[in-house]
Design a protein around this ligand. Structure first.
Ligand code: IPD
Ligand code: CA
Ligand code: CA
Length: 262
């Protein structure tokens, strides 16, 4: 694909952080067996990833704003543009040696996400999208699934660490949804959940309490792959509310009705 200079910069930053995280991930396997465990090591890997991405992006675009999970936000002298970054999504998987985690980098312009990169470095799958250009995985165009019926659809969701506030509501969602569909997965990396909706591996995804960096890049991926995204509550702003629904255009309506039937 012919991406913009910004998209190429995002891909470069994701690859650089990805190389470092893959090395650290191998090390985690050794640390699993130690008494101290891998907790501190993983937090350092996470911070190092953010430092690398921040240096790359803010070095090249010093006027843009910054919102990253692991460092202080920056307003930016250009108030219209902001990077939104999760340097390691799926931390619990990473810590447990499960190869299902990613780097998520998005660019927001005037309140809208215009480019997104989700890099699954362990599987070497690079998901990218740019507004008006389309969505791609490893340079191949991707589309949301063509499934039209709930009974053949697979959905994904997430229940955050701790999850005291949202667990009851998510359990109710599951009780309403599961009898109607082919299955629900809970893999622990929201950025990848959205990327998988964009590739058609999942037919839809919802989650009740996310941060902007978990989903910003995934939202543009789903949209550019022909899917629908919205807030869980009708009319709500996705990034502000943190509660999201994403699905292919056919499944979106019945899926949303079930989730909003609470
Ligand atoms: C988490 C993952 C998980 C989701 C949580 C997030 P982290 O991000 O995306 O799937 O359920 O809400 O916080 O902590 O691994 O970056
Ligand atoms: Ca995250
Ligand atoms: Ca994270």
């Amino acid at each position: 694909m012919q991406g913009s200079a910004n998209l190429n910069l995002m891909i470069k930053a994701a690859r650089k952080a990805g190389r470092s995280l893959v090395k650290d991930f191998r090390e985690v396997e050794n640390l699993q067996v130690s008494v101290k465990g891998a907790g501190d090591f993983v937090s350092r890997a996470d911070l190092a990833s953010e430092r690398m991405i921040r240096a790359e992006l803010m070095g090249a675009r010093p006027t843009y704003g910054w919102l990253g999970e692991e460092s202080e936000p920056v307003a930016g002298t250009d108030p219209t543009r902001r990077w939104i970054v999760d340097p390691l999504d799926g931390t619990t998987n990473f810590l447990h040696g499960l190869p299902h985690w990613a780097i998520s980098i998005a660019l927001e312009h005037k309140g809208e996400i215009v480019a997104g990169v989700v890099f699954d470095a362990a599987k070497d799958e690079m998901f990218v999208a740019e507004k008006g250009v389309g969505a791609f995985m490893n340079d191949r165009r991707i589309r949301v699934s063509g499934r039209r019926h709930l009974h053949e659809a697979i959905f994904a969701t997430g229940v955050p660490y701790g999850a005291k506030r949202t667990l009851p509501a998510t359990l109710k969602d599951l009780a309403r949804l599961m009898p109607t569909c082919a299955g629900v997965r809970r893999w622990g990396a929201a950025a990848l959940d959205l990327a998988y909706v964009a590739t058609g591996r999942y037919d839809g995804f919802w989650e009740r309490e996310l941060n902007p960096w978990d989903m910003a890049a995934g939202l543009v991926l789903v949209r550019e792959a022909g899917g629908m995204v919205s807030g869980l509550r009708e009319g709500s702003d996705i990034l502000e509310s943190g509660a999201v629904i994403a699905a292919n255009a056919e499944i979106y309506q019945p899926f949303t009705e079930i989730l909003r039937a609470d």
